[in-house]
Ligand binder design. Structure first.
Ligand SMILES: [Zn+2]
Length: 135
């Protein structure tokens, strides 16, 4: 597996990554790399992501941070606190409460919580890392 292009200057910017789903271009903007780097380097190197019906790639912020830190060093990374039961509505552009979400397994890293947005009714997806024992 090729080592992804992640340098210290990128790692220090991980702190600004929020608990939401990002497009590859947005992740690239946040940490200051080219969008191409995300597609050519990060995704082939195993960055956890989900693909929706329209073939858009979504990257879950905390999963990205964790992956990036593991890639760079074996230091124990402090887990970002996830607000349980909340998800980001892309339409309303705010975090909303998930009521009775359906759990859909994506891969061995990610699972998706799906529930309708209480504000607009659109189905929202909350990806979360599948880690044993994490509450
Ligand atoms: Zn909404």
């Amino acid at each position: 597996m090729r080592q992804p292009l992640l340098k210290h200057t990128h790692i220090v910017k991980l702190g600004r990554i929020l608990d939401m789903l990002y497009k590859p271009s947005e992740i690239a903007d946040e940490i200051g790399v080219a969008q191409d780097t995300v597609y050519r380097s990060y995704l082939p190197a195993g960055l956890p992501h989900v693909r929706d019906d329209q073939d858009n790639i979504w990257i879950h912020g905390p999963a990205f941070v964790e992956w990036a830190k593991q890639t760079v060093s074996r230091k124990k990374s402090k887990r970002v606190g996830l607000t349980e039961g909340h998800a980001w509505c892309m339409k309303c552009n705010l975090a909303v409460q998930l009521t009775k979400p359906k759990i859909k397994t994506i891969n061995r890293y990610l699972e998706l919580l799906q529930a309708p947005c209480p504000n607009c009714g659109k189905t929202i997806n909350r990806a979360r890392a599948r880690t044993g024992g994490n509450q």
